[in-house]
Unconditional design. Structure first.
Length: 552
């Protein structure tokens, strides 16, 4: 950078005001040590500096700033010239002052004589640093592949694992070959994600893998819950597997099949199970605990043959693409469930709710004087919480099965990293400290699977499954969360980036401990039910009893 040298102790400086911006990124910041130089000074004030203070050497280079009244100080360098400290000023962005500097240098104007004449005979270049200046490395481009790098498929010998059926083998191949390659697009959301999901659903129907757990009458494969459980694990390897295969419809289809009127079945249920309509379920409300549905404020009142609904909901999955919503409302006789077409006047998607900084399909909705026919009520008025209870038991169990699939994916990623990442003379797998990660993860995941399948069995046989489902949900969510945390730790800094699927898995795993009931709520409810079974019982200890009995 060419530098014109001039003394600013001249009395001929212009009096216009200029703003001085100091940048200390490449300098020692000594400009700030001059008490008379602030961020908004008159140039004439510089001439009033005492003669024993530093003279200023001002650059004559023009910059590209649009503000003609700005001088940007990009560097300062303390040296000795004319008996005082000197400073290098970078780009001087005032063309008028630049011309003045050039005129001073050429004519030896006032104040210049005090500087060494050999510095005025020619322009000098800014001194170079001793160390070479390295060019800024470009940012790493995102991976070109649409698929996250994943661990190879490993058939780990999981304790208690059931033999894989033909349908399960086909589902595993579909997830690995069709869904995982498009995960990056699906995570990003928007129009491209919807297009990919539509194609995947069409392929699932063409491959005769659509809705494995739905009954044949509803267009599914008719698998029982016990048979579907292992398939649900495989679907869950990807967060988008159930949506691609139509299995995410199971909750809404079961609810409508059991409780909907014939009008709702014809208008909503049958189009939904064929893939022509999408549902959403709206219960949780902003500002209220989702774990206590008795406090819901959304109201539904009757007006002739219609329901009129007013209120707001959030954490409503798939609301942006849904064709209808099942809304939990407070009616005159209690909480009721009413089906609402999303095209109804007054139904509005307020915003999306990204979870932990990532994209997600959760939304906030508003209902303002939404009017629907009275026959859109599910079940009888005031019995909505009983239907919600049925839905939660099945929903928590299905979530647990899918979390198992993602937890197993995480475990495979962790083991693959341990066996391939070289450190020193070996791999991470040689480090005994990390063996504990593998042992604990395998033990916890195996235990969680046993609890989940116990819950599946309880639901399938119709017994009281509340304790089994509650324990399975808490343990599986914690296990999933812990495994993802360990995998990120083993991957190191790379595990924090979207170059791996771990951030995506982390968002799902952390939300698992809150969605469908937080851990604390379920722990309390399960403990109370267990303790209720012991009410009135007398604790007996055979050894203590023997000690208190008299000797014969």
């Amino acid at each position: 950078m060419p530098v014109a040298l001039v003394s600013l102790m001249s009395s001929n400086l212009p009096t216009r005001r200029c703003r001085v911006v100091v940048c200390r990124g490449c300098c020692c910041g000594n400009v700030s040590k001059h008490p008379d130089i602030d961020h908004n000074i008159q140039l004439s004030q510089l001439a009033e500096l005492p003669s024993d203070q530093a003279e200023m050497m001002v650059s004559g280079c023009l910059g590209n700033c649009q503000d003609s009244n700005t001088i940007v100080v990009v560097a300062s360098r303390v040296g000795r010239a004319a008996g005082g400290a000197t400073m290098w000023f970078g780009r001087m962005l005032t063309s008028e002052l630049t011309e003045l500097v050039a005129r001073w240098v050429q004519a030896g104007g006032p104040g210049v004589a005090a500087l060494p004449q050999q510095l005025l005979r020619h322009q000098v270049k800014r001194p170079k640093r001793d160390r070479p200046v390295q060019a800024k490395s470009p940012s790493r481009p995102p991976p070109a592949s649409l698929a996250f790098p994943d661990a190879p498929q490993v058939d780990t010998d999981w304790l208690g694992e059931r033999p894989m059926s033909d349908i399960a083998e086909k589902v595993r191949a579909f997830i690995d070959e069709q869904v995982l390659p498009h995960e990056r697009t699906l995570v990003a959301g928007g129009g491209p994600a919807r297009e990919v999901l539509t194609r995947l659903r069409r392929k699932a129907q063409e491959s005769k893998l659509w809705a494995p757990a739905l009954s044949v009458e509803l267009g599914g494969l008719g698998m029982s819950l016990n048979d579907y459980a292992s398939v649900a694990e495989l679907e869950g390897k990807s967060e988008y597997g159930p949506a691609a295969l139509g299995s995410d419809l199971l909750l809404d289809a079961t609810m409508l099949d059991r409780h909907a009127t014939s009008a709702v079945r014809d208008q909503f249920l049958m189009p939904m199970v064929s893939g022509r309509a999408r549902p959403c379920f709206a219960m949780t409300e902003p500002g209220l605990p989702g774990s206590d549905p008795t406090r819901l404020q959304t109201k539904a009142v009757t007006d002739g043959d219609s329901w009129v609904i007013n209120g707001g909901k959030w954490f409503t999955s798939r609301a942006a693409e849904a064709d209808f919503a099942t809304v939990a409302c407070r009616a005159s006789t209690g909480i009721s469930l009413i089906v609402v077409p999303t095209s109804s006047p007054g139904f509005r998607v307020v915003r999306s709710l990204p979870l932990l900084g990532g994209s997600d399909d959760q939304y906030e909705i508003a209902l303002n004087d939404v009017r629907v026919p009275r026959c859109y009520l599910l079940g009888s008025e005031g019995h909505g919480l009983a239907i919600v209870g049925e839905r939660l038991l099945l929903g928590r169990t299905l979530r647990c099965l899918r979390w198992l699939g993602q937890a197993r994916r995480t475990f495979d990623l962790m083991c693959a990293r341990l066996t391939t990442r070289r450190v020193g003379e070996g791999t991470l797998a040689d480090k005994q400290l990390l063996h504990r990660f593998v042992f604990d993860s395998y033990a916890e995941l195996t235990s969680a699977r046993a609890l989940v399948y116990a819950a599946v069995e309880a639901l399938a046989t119709g017994t009281d499954a509340r304790i089994a489902v509650g324990i399975a949900k808490v343990v599986t969510a914690r296990t999933f969360d812990t495994l993802v945390d360990r995998a990120i730790q083993i991957f190191g800094a790379e595990g924090l980036t979207d170059d791996t699927p771990l951030p995506m898995l982390h968002r799902t795993a952390r939300a698992a401990r809150i969605m469908d009931g937080p851990d604390e709520l379920l722990v309390t409810r399960v403990a109370r039910r267990i303790l209720a079974d012991h009410q009135g019982s007398v604790a007996t200890d055979p050894v203590a009893t023997a000690r208190t009995q008299p000797a014969k």
